[in-house]
Design a protein around this ligand. Structure first.
Ligand SMILES: NC(=O)c1ccc[n+]([C@@H]2O[C@H](COP(=O)([O-])OP(=O)(O)OC[C@H]3O[C@@H](n4cnc5c(N)ncnc54)[C@H](OP(=O)(O)O)[C@@H]3O)[C@@H](O)[C@H]2O)c1
Length: 253
């Protein structure tokens, strides 16, 4: 169950995998669900894929790695505000060493995961402040707590999201806005199939580190009213993060 006052939800990357699962679980409530993605067919077929819903689904086609795409969604926020729940779910990665990488592709990861997230949050906050109510979910990764060899920029953007969420939470809590940082581990999605985030050899990983989108989204929505900032769900992921935090201490001189 989500708060009765939540009427408008905007989710980025809502047309597949984790984002689609958010839409599926939120669609049982009488809300307007604004879904941002690039692929017209995927996003327009979302309603069909998730079946009958109580929600009204409004697709928005925008490439959030571009200035124009971000501006378009900022406009939608101005027109449709207040957005009561913003889910910054969009993400992408590129696999390979940074030294050999295509710099434009790496910078595009930064635009998508940092510029877009900051711009949309900046867009919704004045309206949330005015109504003294709102929720923001930033989808980071357990990679925010670890070294992500061969996905260094991706990992760094996730660390940014975790750090930013932590500070933002303290800034906005006084005017009724709750911030959550969802940190998935290895999740059975297309992003994972593409190998783009395989900083650890998937084959050598315990099955208990894998989670299904359904479990993660349930944990995230259930934790919306919680005072906790980070949501780490599925298998042994919390233990994996704790181990990484201990390793970090060894790097301090
Ligand atoms: N899967 C994992 O193991 C894992 C682990 C940790 C964290 N995460 C995080 O969880 C989130 C969701 O991951 P996922 O695995 O569900 O990803 P995914 O399967 O690759 O889905 C990404 C979604 O984002 C949209 N998208 C991608 N690039 C876009 C762009 N430039 N502009 C607008 N929309 C764009 C895609 O639709 P279009 O292609 O139509 O635009 C799709 O709806 C990401 O932030 C990811 O980093 C995932």
């Amino acid at each position: 169950m989500i708060h009765k006052r939540i009427q408008t939800v905007l989710i980025t990357g809502g047309s597949s995998d984790l984002g689609e699962e958010f839409c599926r679980q939120l669609a049982q409530f009488e809300i307007t669900l604004i879904v941002v993605a690039r692929d017209e067919k995927q996003v327009y077929n979302l309603q069909r894929r998730i079946g009958p819903t109580c929600a009204s689904i409004e697709p928005v086609l925008a490439d959030l790695s571009t200035v124009a795409g971000i501006a378009l969604v900022q406009d939608i926020i101005r027109q449709r505000s207040p957005v009561d729940l913003l889910i910054n779910n969009v993400g992408c990665s590129a696999h390979g060493s940074f030294a050999d990488s295509n710099l434009a592709a790496q910078l595009s990861i930064v635009s998508l995961q940092i510029d877009a997230t900051l711009s949309l949050i900046r867009g919704v906050l004045p309206f949330m402040e005015e109504q003294n109510f709102g929720y923001i979910i930033n989808v980071s990764s357990i990679g925010a707590f670890t070294a992500m060899r061969r996905a260094a920029v991706y990992g760094a953007t996730k660390a940014f999201l975790s750090s930013f969420s932590r500070s933002l939470r303290d800034e906005v809590i006084s005017y009724g806005v709750k911030v959550q940082c969802l940190c998935p581990g290895m999740t059975e999605t297309e992003l994972q199939n593409s190998g783009a985030v395989s900083y650890l050899e998937a084959s050598s990983m315990s099955d208990r580190l894998w989670a299904k989108p359904k479990v993660l989204v349930q944990a995230s929505l259930e934790a919306l009213e919680s005072e906790k900032l980070f949501v780490i769900a599925g298998g042994d992921n919390l233990e994996a993060v704790s181990t990484e935090v201990v390793k970090l201490k060894k790097l301090i001189h």
